[in-house]
Write a protein that binds this ligand. Sequence first.
Ligand code: AP5
Length: 185
Amino acid sequence: MARRILLLGPPGAGKGTQAALIANALHVPHISTGDMLRAAVVAGTDLGTQVESIMAAGELVSDRLVVAIVDERLAEEDARCGYLLDGFPRTLGQAEALNDSVVDAIGTVVLLDVDTEEVVKRLLKRAEEEGRADDNEETIRRRLEVYEADTAPLVAFYGAAVVAVDGTGTVDEVLSRIMITLAKS
Ligand code: AP5
């Protein structure tokens, strides 16, 4: 079973939810650039100060900053035998940088397929429950535009490595589809 996995999909597709479960099942680290950047904001580091307003606006942090934190994370011991990337790469520049820094960087790309109205509904629900700074309707729509413009082209970039999985239904139903897909890849 492939151990270097990328989860791709629009905001609210369930990448973070599924990544935590898959990483646990496969015993690989779950590497989420969104989580790392939010942690930097909460900790008030220089990085956090630089990215806070960019994230709150639903724009992408620069490739330079994100590639640097991912390179550092992938150099850690626990990533030697595999990893699950969530939210990275999300530009062609990031994908090329990953290919340059890691041989055979990605084995399987799981594309979580969920339509726009469903992801907006999920994120507005999370806004009520958790109050994430970028979960208001205006910023959600912007994040979706950014996804279409900058991240969706990665599907063509990764070509035959991409498998689309229906991301609707319960969390367990989606997980089961992903695990079946990974077992075949
Ligand atoms: P990031 O944290 O990566 O956010 P995102 O891609 O917008 O994704 P979300 O976390 O909103 O959604 P998700 O697909 O992970 O779904 P989730 O499981 O959470 O990035 C945030 C920001 O950081 C970016 O906008 C950017 O500014 C910056 N950034 C991060 N990485 C970057 C990079 N590489 N380059 C540049 N900038 C970067 O689920 C969403 C909700 O739905 C949850 O409430 C969940 O409980 C619910 N849910 C999940 N599954 C289901 C289901 N099956 N049915 C019903 N509800 C469900």
